[in-house]
Ligand binder design. Structure first.
Ligand SMILES: CC(C)(COP(=O)(O)OP(=O)(O)OC[C@H]1O[C@@H](n2cnc3c(N)ncnc32)[C@H](O)[C@@H]1OP(=O)(O)O)[C@@H](O)C(=O)NCCC(=O)NCCS
Length: 235
């Protein structure tokens, strides 16, 4: 960790490529250096396997892996309880991408390597065939100031506080969830969003009446369906 920083003259000298099985030991050594959590061997096997379900991209310089990002796409409705509510209810059938891992070798930091890796992931997620992916999210230790600054610089927003989320060397540590919305994804609307929306409609003078009627219709529809569902549940 005392190694001095290396300033890369040009990012053009850095190659991006997907991880392969031969990278396993190198990736394991990097992750052990970067993260206070020990991942099981099968996790390294999965992220480096040839037909991995993960998006596992490495930044390579002088034939050495100097950074990597690992992400996976998941159905929003299948997320763990603490991650629910990233998307609005209307987008529950959509997907989200979860960043499992992002790191850069200490001496190459602040050269834009993590930005390069994240931009590649975002480019991959915003192609027409991945329009269903509406957000990218991650967990981060509340004490990881460098990563928080990085993600905030990249327009990720704090979504949730997770008290005692991590267990590190037998000690409970707090975490944050950070989210970036893509492909017209958005968070559940708050009262503030509704007020803001209605104000904008009033100011613009269009569309408010149809919108209010649509909402009343949705509420009536919901009220109408309630007793029938409850009755069914009784049998
Ligand atoms: C977080 C991390 C991936 C950033 O990698 P990086 O290659 O240095 O990031 P970049 O060079 O692309 O930084 C882009 C911008 O993010 C911000 N940033 C990144 N690191 C920062 C730091 N230590 N302090 C303040 N801002 C920082 C800066 O605004 C930076 O732009 P600038 O250098 O022009 O000011 C790296 O510090 C790291 O590997 N940390 C250890 C592993 C880790 O904690 N990963 C995150 C797990 S959730």
């Amino acid at each position: 960790m005392n190694e001095s920083r290396v300033s890369l003259c040009s990012l053009a000298d850095v190659q991006l490529r997907f991880l392969c099985p031969g990278d396993l030991e190198e990736v394991r050594a990097l992750c052990r250096d970067w993260f206070p959590i020990e991942y099981p061997l099968y996790w390294y096997e999965e992220i480096t396997s040839a037909n991995s379900r993960f998006f596992s991209l490495a930044a390579v310089y002088n034939q050495e892996i100097i950074g990597l990002i690992v992400a996976e796409i998941k159905r929003h409705g299948s997320l763990n309880e603490e991650d629910q509510g990233i998307l609005a209810n209307s987008l529950d059938e959509c997907d989200v991408a979860y960043i499992l891992s992002l790191g850069v070798l200490a001496k190459y930091r602040r050269n834009g390597i993590a930005s390069l890796l994240l931009d590649s992931l975002l480019k991959h997620l915003t192609t027409p065939e991945r329009r269903k992916v509406k957000a990218v999210f991650l967990h981060v230790l509340t004490t990881n100031a460098a990563a928080i600054r990085f993600y905030e610089r990249k327009n990720f927003r704090l979504h949730n506080f997770l008290p005692y989320y991590y267990s590190i060397h037998g000690e409970c540590r707090d975490g944050f969830i950070y989210v970036l919305y893509i492909n017209e994804g958005h968070a559940p609307w708050t009262v503030y969003d509704y007020i803001k929306f209605m104000c904008s409609k009033v100011v613009n003078g269009v569309g408010l009446v149809p919108w209010v009627l649509f909402r009343i219709n949705r509420v009536l529809h919901w009220v109408w369906k309630q007793p029938a569902t409850e009755q069914r549940d009784e049998y």
